[in-house]
Design a protein around this ligand. Structure first.
Ligand code: KIV
Length: 264
């Protein structure tokens, strides 16, 4: 069944847990979609895992549109949520609506995600008014890495925790259909989840969230530059790829590949 922003909201009411994984290309999107994952996030993490930057700051609208359109072609049932990159919405409400529209029209996203809390309420309600579903993202918001001074757990003081709960409520009031909460203590993840009537998708926010999201290269051990504690490696695909590449290299160099059955 096709997942939409509406089915996400319904899942909160029924208590059904939601699964989300990143994908950035057609082939991976088909595999993720075929596994029954509810939503595919075309995250701006692609700046790191696909393009080799140290953070997400340099990712452009063109990068996001290019990868989103490829994912959308491979996703039959999963909801495609595409990230609004750094400075595509922070600059004005007008820019936010225009760029969210481009991710829908050219990137064929089913929803957009943007980082930030109450400071972006006007932007979010304007996008929602344009009939574009918005997923919020609070906690460790990687586009603010320079303001945070690194990738650090957020919401550790009472005041910071309360600000995140207030932000989540403000996002819901602005019309967001769901919220990603990243890298906060599990107890706070639970409080935020209980405070709102829309699904909270956690990444490093404990098991009481309404759903979970991971970067697929992390859960398949394909990217080792950052290894957050919240990642579980489900399969050592990175190692298996290296082994296969080595076997191919060896066979080519020894003249064993192509064999008769690979030859016309
Ligand atoms: O860009 C991304 O992949 C994300 C996830 C880490 C939630 O925003």
């Amino acid at each position: 069944m096709k997942n939409t922003a509406a089915t996400f909201k319904k899942a909160k009411a029924t208590g059904e847990k939601l699964s989300m994984l990143t994908a950035y290309d057609y082939t991976t999107a088909r595999l993720v979609d075929g596994a029954g994952i509810n939503a595919i996030l075309v995250g701006d993490s692609l700046g790191m895992v696909m393009l080799g930057y140290d953070d997400t700051i340099s990712v452009t609208m063109e990068d996001m549109i290019h990868h989103s359109a490829a994912v959308a072609r491979g996703a039959k049932n999963a909801l495609v949520v595409t990230d609004m990159p750094f400075m595509s919405y922070q600059t004005s409400v007008y820019d936010a609506v225009v760029n969210a529209g481009r991710l829908m029209k050219d990137g064929r996203a089913g929803a957009v995600k943007l980082e930030g809390g109450s400071e972006f309420i006007e932007h979010i309600s304007a996008i929602v008014k344009a009939s574009i579903p918005v997923m919020g993202h609070i906690g460790l918001t990687p586009q603010s890495v320079n303001a945070f001074g690194g990738f650090k757990v957020q919401g550790k003081t009472d005041a910071a925790a309360q600000k995140l709960i207030d932000d989540a409520k403000a996002l819901e009031d602005a019309g967001a259909f769901s919220i990603v909460v990243e890298c906060v203590p599990a107890e706070l993840g639970k409080k935020i989840t209980e405070a709102v009537g829309i699904p909270v998708i956690g990444i490093g926010a404990g098991r009481d969230c309404d759903g979970q999201v991971l970067v697929y290269q992390d859960m398949l051990a394909m990217y080792d530059k950052v290894k957050p504690k919240f990642v579980k490696v489900y399969s050592n695909i990175g190692e298996q790829m290296t082994a296969a590449f080595k076997a191919y290299d060896e066979e080519v160099k020894k003249g064993l590949f192509p064999a008769d059955q690979n030859t016309f």
